[in-house]
Design a protein around this ligand. Structure first.
Ligand SMILES: *Cc1c(COP(=O)(O)O)cnc(C)c1O
Length: 374
């Protein structure tokens, strides 16, 4: 059994993917081919924003977004501590200061109450300029934008939506990657919409930001690559990736999103009396980058994970160590006990196999094995 079955997906889509890749091989426009522009149009239209700017990966998408918002030294950037390293890494890379925020214990997304508390702390200390909130749509579920937008407005903060895991999700029928001032996603193979290597994209309604991003992804180009008007980087999505992403995107909206939501329901039905199942609040729709369960204790999680492994069932732990306890952020002087919910969850959360091609039979086996060991 696979945790996320990319082989099965390829077998289903093989004919169309092979044709799209072959077409690029014939044309040899490997960098900035027409498939890239086409894909950007398709994704912007789907998400419901004016501009999609693809780039080399989800981390670059975040970095470029911070550059476009002019995030710099002495700026405080509020980031959930329970996320993938990149969400906070890019802040420090730009010499700004990550200010960690705890998560809501039901949705696992940034907790608006703790957010407001930490914004007030930064204001009270008076050392850093509160500038930006990086929300993360964790495991496929959009963050609580209703509350976050209220807080951003109240304290005059910008919002960057890190939608690396969130593409395809919705809140009140508004699509993930359309929230905030700017939004990013990742096409890393295991993300909801993945390519066959690294890839990423940025979404915005702002024409000036879009122009700026198109410039910095090609060495700060002006008229062309040899007219350089600012310091940029080299961060483009390969034409090959854009071509096959068009095929994968079609499957994604045609049936894959539905399929993962069906898997979610099947898991829930079998597991709800034994473990804590994911909570999707009303008017929210998840693209289920992950299906997470909570066990009662760390020991119980170990027992379940071991039993599943012995039966050939792969599981993962996202995240075993919150950002404030990572050595790389040691300079921020956080300590154990600073983020109660994130620390608790890191001990008891467990992710089960989740992808659109998981069968009812496989789900049955996974659930039986969990129930058996409990
Ligand atoms: C995967 C991920 C990223 C980084 O994306 P890459 O394409 O791997 O660079 C950023 N933020 C979150 C929340 C992620 O899960």
């Amino acid at each position: 059994m696979e945790f996320r079955d990319l082989k099965k997906q390829y077998q289903v889509l093989k004919k169309d993917i092979d044709a799209s890749v072959q077409n690029v091989l014939n044309n040899t426009n490997f960098i900035s081919g027409k498939e890239v522009i086409e894909l950007e149009g398709i994704l912007a239209n789907y998400v419901g924003v004016k501009h999609c700017i693809t780039c080399a990966n989800g981390t670059d998408a975040l970095t470029m977004s911070l550059m476009s918002l002019d995030i710099k030294e002495n700026d405080a950037v509020f980031v959930p501590t329970f996320t993938f390293f990149a969400s906070a890494e890019v802040v420090a890379l730009k010499k700004a200061t990550p200010v960690f925020v705890d998560i809501d214990e039901y949705t696992f997304n940034i907790d608006p109450i703790d957010l407001e508390k930490r914004v007030n702390q930064v204001i009270k200390e008076g050392i850093l300029n509160p500038k930006l909130i990086i929300t993360v749509d964790l495991f496929g579920l959009p963050a609580n934008y209703t509350e976050i937008e209220r807080i951003a407005k109240k304290y005059d903060l910008l919002i960057l939506e890190d939608g690396a895991q969130g593409f395809g999700g919705m809140l009140n029928n508004k699509k993930a990657c359309s929230f905030g001032n700017i939004a990013t996603t990742s096409f890393f193979p295991a993300k909801p919409l993945g390519c066959y290597g690294d890839g990423g994209a940025i979404f915005t309604n702002d024409d000036d930001i879009a122009d700026y991003l198109k410039s910095i992804r090609v060495h700060g180009k002006g008229l062309d690559k040899y007219d350089n008007v600012r310091i940029g980087l080299n961060s483009r999505l390969d034409t090959l990736q854009a071509a096959l992403l068009q095929v994968k995107f079609k499957a994604f909206i045609d049936y894959e999103l539905d399929a993962v939501n069906k898997v979610y329901e099947m898991y829930n039905k079998r597991l709800k009396d034994y473990v804590t199942i994911p909570f999707i609040p009303e008017n929210y729709y998840s693209s289920f980058a992950q299906y997470s369960i909570l066990l009662k204790t760390k020991e119980e999680r170990e027992k379940v994970q071991k039993h599943l492994k012995e039966n050939g069932i792969p599981t993962m732990i996202y995240y075993v160590k919150p950002m404030h306890l990572q050595k790389a952020f040691g300079f921020l002087d956080y300590k154990m006990g600073d983020f109660r919910v994130s620390e608790k969850l890191s001990d008891i959360i467990l992710q089960l196999p989740m992808h659109p091609y998981l069968t009812e039979y496989e789900i049955d086996i996974i659930c039986s094995k969990i129930i058996e060991v409990l």
